[in-house]
Design a binder for this molecule. Structure first.
Ligand SMILES: Nc1ncnc2c1ncn2[C@@H]1O[C@H](COP(=O)(O)OP(=O)(O)O)[C@@H](O)[C@H]1O
Ligand SMILES: [Mg+2]
Length: 489
């Protein structure tokens, strides 16, 4: 066609616009690590240097690139999203390396080694803006100032991605403040990567196990299903086929927090915040993309807070999931949503069971001093049929009985529900039902109780039941038999 006009985009404007696609430091680093994994790396080092100007390095022991491959790698949109890629390749648009880097820094240098040959090149944002052309700087590797220990890591093969002039992170001029902020950023980054790549770190991915270190400290995997705990339950599995590709859904309920080890509980409380962390966890070729989302099928409530659904899909059906450039968004195709809906039905009832089981055992049976009523609203009232209460009432005069009733009404109406709720939500393990007392003190309490109940006038078995159900001796429940026997002896 003659009637066309070649309209080249402005390199300066495009490059600057691309900085604001919406990456964070966490998602940007994850996108660079995807490339290392795709290049068969098994060891990836992340170094955030703030000695002089902030600098971030990602060093991998992957296959590396020769000079031509390196220039291709640095070309924007170097591969088409429709291109068929290798199984381990986590890339998609041929953009990640560049867009992720420029979201944080003004200068991206890549140094790579293949067959013992080093090559280096650099995108300098200010140079592109100035020339308004896509001019890549070819660098002599020997001119790069890089610590020997890092160069050694790629001496056979591997790649170092370097971000300089990191202008998207604002460090305070005050060194103490800057250090504090860096600590915060690195902790967040560590948690993000430990979750996103947990299958690779655990060695559960289809590709090789990887070791990921941030500033020389290894990053631990965070398995969001707490699979190391025997009380995690697999509630259901669904397999569906989307365009000849299998999508696997596995529904879990986490163990009640009282069944988690202290270490697990600490990690779960800190990292996923049980309530927020519920939902589907979507993996694309073992890499976590989206998590803690029910895709509007159900709201996030207390009742479903232990529920998690693992969804695994293959990148062959990327187009069905509408994946964004940052690879941090994906929406499930209709067939997956339907399967998720089916599995959610099962899982939420199981999760409800886990969170209310403990409550129902101690609070809603007839022997409990508290009753739970649910109708238009939910209320908790003192159970006036509770044997101990009944027993006390039977010893009182009419006046005293009315006084006791008033006192109980005051206690009942001032139950600090809000405060209990927030304490249980924030720090459940620290909420204790009673002060800790030792065995001797508990035994004295038992004798007081027996005297008050006039146990000697009661059937031994009935008294024992009353003592058991009072919750007063739960810490020393195994001693109760013996104490009862002694009392009746
Ligand atoms: N660390 C690395 N090791 C080897 N090759 C890499 C590395 N990083 C990037 N590449 C090459 O550069 C290409 C472009 O990367 P990128 O811009 O992230 O797009 P994508 O990952 O979608 O292909 C990759 O497909 C790969 O061939
Ligand atoms: Mg990539």
């Amino acid at each position: 066609m003659d009637n066309t006009r070649l309209l080249m985009p402005s390199a300066a404007s495009i490059l600057q616009s691309m900085r604001d696609i919406g990456y964070t430091l966490d998602t940007a680093v994850a996108d660079i690590i995807d490339n290392s994994i795709a290049a068969s790396a098994t060891h990836i080092d992340l170094i955030f240097n703030t000695h002089s100007a902030p600098q971030f390095l990602i060093i991998d022991n992957g296959l590396g690139m020769n000079a031509d491959e390196l220039y291709q790698a640095l070309r924007f949109a170097t591969k088409s999203p429709t291109e068929i890629r290798q199984e381990r390749d986590l890339g998609r648009f041929g953009l990640g390396l560049k867009t992720a880097s420029f979201s944080q820094a003004r200068k991206l240098t890549v140094l790579s080694c293949k067959n013992g040959q080093l090559s280096a090149a650099q995108w300098d944002l200010d140079y592109v803006i100035q020339s308004d052309q896509w001019l890549l700087k070819v660098i002599d590797p020997s001119e790069l100032e890089i610590d020997e220990i890092y160069l050694d890591k790629i001496s056979k093969h591997g790649t170092i991605v370097i971000w300089d002039e990191i202008d998207r992170i604002e460090f305070s001029k005050n060194p103490t403040e800057a250090q504090k902020y860096l600590g915060f950023l690195l902790t967040k980054l560590r948690e993000h990567l430990g979750l996103v790549f947990h299958k690779f770190i655990e060695g559960k991915a289809k590709t090789a196990k990887i070791k990921l270190c941030l500033n020389h400290h290894e990053i631990d995997a965070f398995n969001p299903f707490c699979l190391s705990n025997q009380f995690t339950q697999l509630i259901g599995v669904e397999k569906i086929i989307v365009e000849e590709s299998e999508v696997l859904l596995q529904a879990y309920t986490l163990p009640h927090f009282s069944k988690m080890t202290s270490a697990e509980y600490e990690v779960f409380k800190k990292r996923s915040d049980l309530l927020n962390g519920q939902g589907a966890y979507v993996y694309r070729n073992d890499r976590l993309m989206v998590w803690g989302d029910w895709f509007r099928l159900i709201p996030k409530t207390e009742n479903s807070k232990y529920a998690r659904v693992e969804i695994n899909f293959d990148k062959k059906i990327d187009h069905k999931w509408t994946i964004d450039i940052k690879k941090s968004k994906a929406s499930p195709p209709y067939a997956v949503l339907e399967a998720l809906k089916r599995i959610v039905g099962k899982i939420t009832t199981a999760s409800v069971r886990i969170s209310t089981k403990r409550v129902s055992k101690s609070l809603t049976t007839n022997e409990s001093p508290w009753n739970r009523f649910s109708g238009e609203g939910i209320s908790y009232r003192i159970n006036t049929n509770f044997p101990l209460y009944q027993h006390l009432v039977s010893t009182l005069s009419d006046d005293q009985r009315l006084h006791l009733q008033s006192l109980m009404e005051v206690i009942q109406s001032s139950l600090p529900v809000q405060s209990i709720y927030s304490d249980m939500a924030v720090n459940p393990k620290q909420v204790v039902m009673s002060d800790e007392i030792d065995q001797q003190q508990t035994k004295e309490k038992f004798i007081r109780f027996a005297k008050f109940m006039q146990a000697e006038n009661m059937n031994k078995a009935v008294f024992k039941d009353a003592a058991m159900s009072s919750s007063l001796f739960s810490q020393y429940i195994n001693n109760l038999d013996q104490w009862v026997e002694e009392y009746y002896a």
